[in-house]
Write a protein that binds this ligand. Structure first.
Ligand code: ADP
Ligand code: MG
Length: 739
C-alpha cells in the first residue's frame, strides 16, 4: 500500500506497508473505563471467534504471521498474554531530563526533515519539538516515512533516551486527546511474545482493540469455585493481564488465567478417562498361570526391582474388569520389552490374543527377533505384519488372527487397518507410543471381542511404552489420564557412556580416537545435525558427510549411510550390514534414535549437538554402551551461549534420563523442549511449566473435587465448563497420551 493511503488522522503511524491503522483512531474506551466494564452474564462466544483481520491494522500478511504463532481469532489475541511489562511511567518535562536518561515526553512538533548519512546509507528523521519546558531535537533512525507525517503542530508522546545529539525515539504515539490510547509510551507497557514477522507493538495494539470484547469471554469456572478462591472473572483477568495497573495485578491476572487453562485441561483429561471407562468394559484376565510363571523363570537374567514392580502393577491392571491404560516409561535399554512380552503372554495363556505395535518396520522386525529369543522357552507362534509383508504371508496371518488360531502378532501401523481382525484381542502394546497419533494409538481399542455381558465390545488392555522420559513436573499434564509406571533402574552390567562435549579444535583428535576403536574391532556411529523441519536437508547433509568421511578420515574403513529419506529396503540393508559388522562406521541422521541395537558399536560422534534436546541426546547415546566394552560419546557442539554450555555440562555429567529431562525443562522452558510434541504434551497459552506446577496441582485438585461432588463431569451444571474444556483441548494436538 502506498503512503498516500495512510489515513490523514494518523500522521505518525508506523510503517506498515500493508494496512496501516490509526493509532487510537477508534472509539475505544480508555483504560479506566475498561476496567469498570461490568461482567455480563450472557456470553457471546461468537464475538471472540471473529477473525483477526476484523481488527484495524491486521492485513493478510500480518494475519499470516500471527497465524504462525497460533493467533487467528480475537479470542486468540486475548489469550496471547504479555510475557513482561516495561514501566515507562508518566511523561516528564524535557528540561528535567539529564543526558543518558530514558523517559517519555509529551511534545508538539515544529518541523521535521529527512537526512541520509553518506556512509552506510542510514536514514535519519530529525524533528524539532518542544514541550512547555523547552525545545529539543528528536531523532528517529531508519523510518524515513515519518518525515512526511510529522507535520507542524502534531502532538506526540515519545519514549526514548536523551543523548548529546538529541532525544532518540524508541517508540512514539499520538498524544491527541480523544483518540490517543497511550498504550505504547506511558505507564506499564505490555510486551507480548512476538515473532520475526510480527512485532510486539502490533500485538499490543490488537490486544487493546480486542480488549472491550474481553467481557464476552465465556466464564468457564463454576461460580462456587470462583467465589471460594476469590478469582476475578475471565474478562477482568484478561483486561488486567494485558493492561494492568500494577505488576502485582498483572501477576494475579496471569495466574488466574493459567489456573483456568490448567483446570480446563485437567477437566478435559478427566472427562476423557471417565468416558473411556464408561464406554468399554475390559477383559479380566485373572491371575498369572503356570505357563507364564515358567517363562519368567526361564529368562536368562534377573528382573530389576523396577521391572518386578511394573510386573505387579500390570498384574493388578489385567485382573481388573476395566481395561488397563498404562504408560510404561523407561529409557532405552531399561528392559521394557520383557514387560510387553509378559503382558502379551498373559493374554495368550488366558486363551486370548495380543498385539505389539511399533512405529517403524525396523523396530517391528527387531521386536520380532527379540520375541523369538524371549519366547524360546515358551514356544508361541506369532506373525510379523508390516507393509513389507508379502501378500501371501499377509493373507495367511490375517486369516489365522481372525480365526483366533494365532495368539500373537507384531507389526506396524499395518495392524490397525480395518481388514485386520482379531478373534479375541485382550492385550495391545504400543511401543514408542509418542510416535503415533492419538487416533492411531486408540485404533486397537476397537478391535476387542464382543462384551460377554452386554451388546457392545470389550476393550483390550493397553500398555503404552516410551523411552522419552517425561519430567515429573509435567507428568500431570502429559498423562493425567493414564496410570504410569517408570523404570528408572538399568539392568545390571549396563555401562555408563562416557560423554564429552567438545569444540572444533578437538576434531582431528576425535577422528583418531574413533579410528583406534575401529582398529580394536569396535564400530562407531556418526550422527549428523538435526535440521528442524527438513528431513530432506538432513538426509542430504548426512549423505555428503558420509562421502567426505569415506574419502578422508575413514578411508581405510567401511562406511554405511542411514537416513529417513532412504527406501525401507535400503535402510534395512544399511542396518543389517552394520549389525553384521560388515560396515565399521554408520553415518546417520537422528533416525537411529530408535531401533538399532548393536553391542559392538561403542563410539558415537554427534555433530551439531546443541541442536538436539537433552533427552534426545541421551537417547542417541543409549545406542552405545550396550555390550561388554566401555563406550564413549563425543558431542561436537557450538557452546556459544551460557544456556548451551549448561545444557552440555548436564549431558556430560548426568546419566539419568529423567533428571536430564528435568534439566532441559528448567533451562529451556516447557514450550521449547525439542520434541515437546513428542511427549504428547499439550501447548498452553498462558500457563508455563514447570513454573506453574503449584497452580497445576491446585487445578487438578479442584477437578477431582468437582468429580466427587457431581459424580460425573457431564452434570448439566458443568456444561459451560466442559464446553470450554472441549473447545480448548478437544483437538488432537492438545490431547493427552490417549484419546
Ligand atoms: P528397552 O527398554 O530399550 O526397550 P529392551 O527391553 O530392548 O529395552 O532391553 C534391552 C536389553 O536388555 C535386551 O537385550 C533385554 O533382553 C535385556 N534385559 C532386559 N531386562 C534385563 C535384566 N533385568 N537384566 C539384564 N538384561 C535385561
Ligand atoms: Mg524398546
Amino acid at each position: 500500500m502506498s503512503q498516500a493511503a495512510v489515513p490523514i488522522h494518523d500522521p505518525v503511524g508506523e510503517d506498515e506497508p500493508e494496512a496501516p491503522f490509526a493509532l487510537g483512531g477508534g472509539k475505544l474506551q480508555d483504560r479506566e473505563a475498561l476496567r469498570a466494564v461490568p461482567l455480563r452474564s450472557a456470553p457471546k462466544p461468537s464475538v471472540l471467534d471473529a477473525p483477526l483481520t476484523t481488527l484495524r491494522g491486521a492485513g493478510p500478511k500480518l494475519a499470516g504471521a500471527a497465524a504462525e504463532i497460533g493467533i487467528e481469532t480475537l479470542g486468540d489475541v486475548l489469550l496471547h498474554v504479555p510475557h513482561s511489562y516495561r514501566d515507562r511511567a508518566a511523561p516528564r518535562k524535557i528540561a528535567e531530563l539529564r543526558i543518558g536518561e530514558q523517559a517519555t515526553v509529551e511534545v508538539t512538533v515544529r518541523s521535521a526533515r529527512l537526512r541520509r548519512t553518506r556512509r552506510r546509507g542510514l536514514t535519519i528523521v530529525e524533528a524539532s519539538v518542544a514541550d512547555s519546558s523547552g525545545p529539543a531535537k528528536a531523532v528517529w533512525f531508519n523510518q524515513p516515512w515519518l518525515a512526511e507525517k510529522l507535520r507542524e503542530g502534531t502532538r506526540l508522546l515519545m519514549y526514548g533516551k536523551l543523548d548529546r545529539s538529541g532525544f532518540r525515539v524508541e517508540e512514539h504515539e499520538l498524544a491527541d486527546d480523544g483518540t490517543a490510547t497511550r498504550i505504547h509510551t506511558t505507564g506499564l507497557v505490555p510486551v507480548h511474545p512476538a515473532s520475526e514477522g510480527l512485532r510486539a507493538r502490533w500485538l499490543r495494539e490488537w490486544a487493546w482493540q480486542a480488549l472491550p470484547l474481553a467481557r464476552h469471554a465465556v466464564e468457564p469456572l463454576p461460580a462456587e469455585l470462583r467465589a471460594r478462591r476469590r478469582l476475578a472473572s475471565a474478562g477482568d483477568a484478561l483486561a488486567a493481564a494485558h493492561f494492568p495497573a500494577s505488576l502485582a495485578e498483572a501477576e494475579r491476572a496471569r495466574e488466574r488465567l493459567a489456573f483456568e487453562e490448567l483446570f480446563l485441561h485437567q477437566a478435559a483429561l478427566a472427562a476423557r478417562r471417565q468416558g473411556r471407562r464408561a464406554r468399554q468394559p475390559g477383559i479380566p484376565l485373572g491371575d498369572r498361570g503356570k505357563l507364564v510363571g515358567r517363562w519368567l523363570e526361564s529368562l536368562p537374567f534377573e528382573l530389576t526391582s523396577d521391572q518386578r514392580r511394573a510386573l505387579g502393577e500390570i498384574d493388578v491392571d489385567l485382573a481388573a474388569a476395566r481395561p488397563m491404560q498404562r504408560l510404561l516409561m523407561g529409557e532405552v535399554g531399561s528392559g521394557k520389552t520383557v514387560l510387553a512380552v509378559y503382558a502379551m503372554l498373559r493374554a495368550v495363556e488366558a486363551g486370548y490374543q495380543a498385539a505389539l505395535m511399533a512405529p517403524t518396520e525396523t523396530l517391528a522386525e527387531q521386536h520380532a527377533v527379540t520375541l523369538d529369543g524371549l519366547l524360546s522357552q515358551a514356544p508361541t507362534p506369532f506373525a510379523l505384519l508390516t507393509s513389507a509383508t508379502p501378500a501371501a504371508r499377509r493373507r495367511n496371518a490375517l486369516a489365522r488372527l481372525a480365526s483366533g488360531e494365532l495368539g500373537l502378532v507384531v507389526g506396524t501401523h499395518a495392524l490397525i487397518e480395518a481388514e485386520v481382525e482379531f478373534d479375541r484381542l485382550a492385550v495391545c502394546v504400543v511401543d514408542e507410543q509418542h510416535r503415533f497419533g492419538v487416533r492411531q494409538r486408540a485404533a486397537l481399542d476397537v478391535k476387542g471381542p464382543p462384551d460377554p455381558a452386554g451388546p457392545g465390545q470389550a476393550a483390550p488392555h493397553a500398555l503404552h511404552m516410551t523411552a522419552t522420559p517425561i519430567p515429573r513436573t509435567l507428568s500431570l499434564t502429559a498423562y493425567g489420564d493414564l496410570d504410569a509406571t517408570v523404570l528408572r533402574e538399568l539392568p545390571a552390567g549396563r555401562k555408563p557412556v562416557k560423554t564429552w562435549a567438545v569444540g572444533e579444535e578437538k576434531r582431528a583428535g576425535a577422528y583418531e580416537f574413533i579410528r583406534e576403536r575401529l582398529r580394536e574391532g569396535r564400530q562407531a556411529y556418526v550422527v549428523c545435525p538435526l535440521v528442524e523441519g527438513s528431513e530432506k536437508l538432513e538426509a542430504k547433509a548426512a549423505a555428503e558427510e558420509a562421502e567426505r568421511l569415506r574419502a578422508t578420515e575413514f578411508a581405510d574403513f567401511e562406511l554405511g549411510l542411514l537416513h529417513g529419506q532412504m527406501p525401507a529396503r535400503q535402510k534395512q540393508e544399511a542396518m543389517q550390514s552394520f549389525a553384521a559388522g560388515e560396515t565399521d562406521v554408520l553415518v546417520a541422521t537422528s533416525v537411529i534414535e530408535v531401533g538399532i541395537d548393536v553391542a559392538n558399536a561403542t563410539v558415537m560422534l554427534v555433530e551439531g549437538a546443541e541442536r538436539y534436546g537433552l533427552s534426545q541426546l541421551h537417547q542417541l547415546r543409549g545406542r552405545v554402551g550396550r555390550g561388554e566394552h566401555s563406550s564413549q560419546c563425543i558431542l561436537f557442539a557450538d557452546a556459544g551461549s551460557e544456556l548451551a554450555r549448561r545444557r552440555l555440562a548436564a549431558i556430560e555429567s548426568e546419566r539419568d534420563g529423567f533428571k536430564l529431562a528435568e534439566v532441559d525443562l528448567a533451562l529451556r522452558g516447557e514450550g521449547e523442549i525439542l520434541g515437546t510434541r513428542q511427549h504428547g504434551l499439550p501447548r498452553f497459552r498462558v500457563a508455563e511449566l514447570p513454573d506453574d506446577v503449584a497452580v497445576l496441582t491446585e487445578a487438578r485438585r479442584e477437578v477431582i473435587a468437582l468429580l466427587e461432588r457431581y459424580g460425573s463431569l457431564e452434570a448439566p451444571e458443568l456444561g459451560p465448563l466442559m464446553d470450554a474444556a472441549r473447545r480448548r483441548f478437544g483437538d488432537e494436538r492438545s490431547e493427552g497420551i490417549h484419546a
